[in-house]
Each structure stands twice: as C-alpha cells, then as structure tokens.
Ligand binder design. Sequence first.
Ligand SMILES: [Mn+2]
Length: 356
Amino acid sequence: MNKRINQLRKVLTDKKLDGVLITSRPNTLYLSGFPGSASTIFISHKRAIFLTDFRYIEFSKKRCGNDYEVMLYEKNPLVFLLEQIKNDKISKIGFEDQIVSYASYLEISEQLDGIELIGLKDEITKLRLVKENGEIKTLQKAVDIADQAFTHILKYIKVGISEIDIAAEIEHFMRKNGAEKQSFDSIVASGKRSSLPHGHATDKLIEPGDGITMDFGAIYNGYCSDMTRTVFIGKPEQKILDIYATVFKAQTIAEDAVHSGKTGMEIDKIARDIIYDAGYEGMFGHGLGHGVGIEVHEEPRLSTTGNIVLENGMVVTVEPGIYAPNYGGVRIEDMVVVNDDLPKVLTSSKKELIIL
Ligand SMILES: [Mn+2]
C-alpha cells in the first residue's frame, strides 16, 4: 500500500495540495486494502490517517495498521478528522469531486470550514489504470471462478429450465468456489430476449433452438471478473449462426489488436468495421469494452470516444455483440491484459460455437 500512498503524494505535490480526502469505497479499498464501507482516508505529505467506526476498527488495524494511523471515530468522521489535523497547517484539500454527492459536498465544506476544497477529477482513477502483478493475479483468480462456472453451466442447461434457474446456478456455483459475490446481477437472455444487450434473467423457459446469452462475473479479494458467452440448444436458425460467426470474427480480431500504444477508439473501430461491413450496422449499439479491476466498469473504455492510450498492465474486456430486434442477439466477452504484443487473455472458456 505504501507505494500507492506515495503515488498519491506525487499528486499532492503536482496539484499543490496539503492533503486529500478519500471516501469512495473503490478508492479507499485501493489505497488501504480495507474492503468494507464506512472508511475515510486522509493523506497529507506527512500523515496517512484511516478512520473507521466500531464495526471495523479491529479488522482495519490488522489490515492497514502498518501504513496508516488507524483511528476510531464515534460520531462524525469529518469533525473527528478536523480535530486530528488542526495543528498540521492544512489549507487546501483535494476530494473526489466526480464521486461525492452534492449533499456530501455541502457537508464536507461545512465541516471543513476554512479549508479550500479542490476537485481531484480523475487523478485517483488514473492511479488504478495500470494493474500491478499482484492485482493481475487476483483478477486471474476472479476470472478462473467465472470460467469454471461456465464449464459447469453447460452441463446444467436444458430445455424447460428458466433463465433464473441458470443465473441462480451460476451464482451459487461461483459462491461455492470462492467468490465473495457476483460482480453484478447476472444477465441471462434467451431466444428473442437475447436481442436485449442487458436482459436480466426472467422466468422465461429455455426452448429448443434458443440462443442463450450469459454475462456474469465473480468478485475475488475485491477484484471483479466479467465474461459473456452465447450458447445454443437444439437446432438454431442459420440467421443467428451467421450473426455468431460475425461476432466471433470481430471479437477475435479486435482482441488480438489490443496492445499498448493504441487508443480504445482504435480497437473499437476494428470490431465495429467488421460488424458493419457484414451488414449489421445499427445492431452494435454499445462500446467494445471497458477497464475492469476493483470496479467492474472502469477506465479505460474501448469505445467510439475512448481516447486513453493503452499501456502495459491495463486490463480490459473485449465484448462485441450484434442484437437483431425481436429476433435475438449474440455477445462474446473476454478479459485481457494489455501487452507490447498480443494481449494476455485471462478468460479461458471456449468461444467457438457451442450447440448443446
Ligand atoms: Mn463487460
């Protein structure tokens, strides 16, 4: 954690700040390793303070006591903090202006009266863009759990069970195999419903010939995985198999094109051109992918507006899809680590056509 605290101190110097106040869960987790809610971090050039309440005090002393002055607040963390730093000559504090709500902002400005608050914009999320080796190992574990769930679910899917049955089985399996929870509500969309890119599982029953799109992920040690596969059961129509072939081509070619030095926009265009050239313009209405780490959706985006230049160690999804309204859709999603050359693909589930 020390390394991360020091990186943040460089931001303090650059922005001429006396300290930063961090209250959002993704950033407090990143900077302290503490996974719970109810923590407030204050970092100045000299001090690193971690505030929490009674529920977490024992655990947080163990988790981040080496890097932080871990303190218990009883009523208001900001009032308590102000008391701690009153002799430290703090006049300018950076805060998470893109995350803190307006109500919290008003509260912070009132409590820290006399201290100037400066928006940090994306300075902290920027620190999280490139993953350390340890983070990549943790992400690989989260991906492995989801891959195992996919292998498991192929044996479970049959005509007559519902989308909710499939989602519940995936989630139960992941939990039993080490996931803290799922990264997001699992998407299971079958038959015509698969034209909904984010169709949550319903009581619709699986019918012969259905395509079944499953998008899910596991959280392991605070880090998220995210994968999607579309599989078929019975005898799917040629039209949906043609769609599958195009998505497969777009996914594999765009995935191989992910490397350092390219922007998200450039990679997105590779997949988009393949899909549009095959006659599916208008049916791929979302970005190609996104960064993933402590949050399931984070920077850098691979999209028509993604202008961050990819660097080694960034982790992104590659997930093109084609959605034909009232007919059906296909999406294939892997997670990859950006490299100088071909990316390291974390997801190992088969993505060639699967007909059960
Ligand atoms: Mn995704």
